[in-house]
Design a protein around this ligand. Structure first.
Ligand code: ZN
Ligand code: ZN
Length: 411
């Protein structure tokens, strides 16, 4: 039997280095995960450099690579993908930014880069969208609220570049910076001017806004300045269905990941209660993925919480979350007509509290795989598997071959 579909499960930041508090095992090795072990035992395993050996991937560049879009070609910054994830329709050439609402003191210093962790910014963003006017630059824009204090800005117009700095001083009690071009190019100068004008006009609107007056009456920091960073130009992504001949969907809480999915033409599937954190409705994600596979050929699911524990340096919490993930994965053992891929997008070792270049463990499970001798899912166990050591760019083609969607090279 040859399967026709692919379920691609990415457990964000899953892999790690040996942790002293776990007897020098990694959280994945120390955790009890019978379902992942059965997938490993019934599949072919390996380890993977998501981008290349020695390269520390971001989640964004890693996901691009895993979907077969070379980040060296497609990645110009986080902004455009964040815009897509916030629901902005990005066209190739538009310039995108990640934004934060922050609090500016009467003396002109940024005193809270998250504006008191404000969460409902929809009215503020609407006022900025309605009130700011950039037409003297020939520029249109879309400004949208994201989760919490976050937002996204997209600029559209002739002669705009993406090589500009940020106004975010990156720490509190410092004045916001002026955005400047980082290359001596006319298009970058223009974008910097547009950004500074956007910040000036939006600041005026926010300063007088009733939402902020009310916050100040309640003793909360007003969201009266927009900090922007991560400028990038939206790339021209070949749609996933054209590239691979497969219809596809993405299930992810993080707008960056769903944004990448949307950018390449995957349909975003909403799931109630997903947070991108340890308390996320991960059971709902798996159920939704299986339902989605009834009408789509490819579904990518990202589960985020383990990355969070890695960033916080909490090995025991990470182990517990991996065990929690395992309890919802049972249905993967029984999906018919489907190749299941399980991997991480990068390692997030608790010892360094950030992403590392350590290769991640991979399983490919389903009809036709050459089952190897690996019996458990772990960083070291998978290194003995039949896939050996591959790159992220090789993973999806390997699965495509198993479902007979790979093109023959030569006669
Ligand atoms: Zn990640
Ligand atoms: Zn991370």
């Amino acid at each position: 039997m040859t399967a026709h579909k692919i379920l691609f499960l990415i457990i964000d930041g899953l892999s790690d280095r040996p942790c002293p508090e776990l007897g020098n095992r990694t959280p994945l090795e120390a955790a009890n995960h019978p379902v992942l072990d059965r997938l490993a035992a019934g599949g072919v395993c390996g380890i993977m450099d998501t981008i290349a050996a020695g390269i520390r991937p971001g989640s964004d560049t890693a996901h691009l690579a895993l979907l077969g879009y070379d980040p060296r070609k497609y990645y110009t910054g986080r902004g455009p993908l964040e815009c897509v994830g916030s629901g902005i329709r990005m066209e190739p050439g538009m310039i995108g930014f990640r934004c934060n609402y922050a609090t500016l003191s009467p003396e002109g210093l940024v005193i809270d880069r998250r504006a008191g962790r404000i969460h409902d910014t929809a009215d503020l963003s609407q006022a900025v969208q309605d009130g700011v006017d950039l037409l003297k630059f020939g520029v249109e824009f879309v400004f949208r609220s994201g989760a919490g204090h976050r937002a996204a800005l997209a600029l559209k117009g002739e002669g705009l570049g993406h090589c500009v700095s940020s106004n975010d001083p990156k720490k509190d009690h410092v004045a916001p910076l002026t955005i400047i071009p980082v290359k001596d190019q006319a298009q970058d100068k223009k974008t910097a001017e547009v950004c500074n004008e956007f910040i000036r006009q939006s600041g005026k609107i926010l300063f007088d806004h009733p939402v902020n007056s009310e916050r100040m009456r309640d003793g909360l920091g007003p969201a009266n300045i927009i900090l922007m960073r991560g400028a990038g130009e939206m790339g021209n992504f070949e749609p996933f269905d054209k590239k691979y001949g497969l219809s596809g969907s993405v299930i992810a809480a993080a707008s960056l990941i769903s944004g990448i999915g949307n950018a390449v033409g995957l349909t975003q599937v909403p799931v109630a209660g997903i947070t991108g954190s340890q308390n996320s409705n991960i059971k709902g994600k798996i159920t939704a993925a299986i339902t989605e596979l009834e009408r789509k050929d490819f579904v990518l699911v990202n589960i985020k919480g383990a990355d969070e524990s890695g960033h916080d340096g909490l090995a025991i919490q990470k182990k517990a979350f991996i065990e929690k993930i395992d309890t919802v994965l049972g249905p993967l053992l029984d999906i018919r007509d489907c190749i299941v891929i399980v991997c991480a997008d990068h390692s997030t070792p608790c010892s360094i509290k950030d992403h590392s270049a350590d290769p991640v463990p991979v399983i490919i499970y389903g009809d036709g795989v050459r089952v190897d001798y690996v019996k458990e899912y772990g960083e070291r166990a998978c290194a003995r598997g039949g896939l050996c050591r591959i790159t992220g760019a090789e993973l999806l083609p390997t699965a495509l071959d198993l479902i007979n969607q790979a093109h023959k090279y030569g006669a």
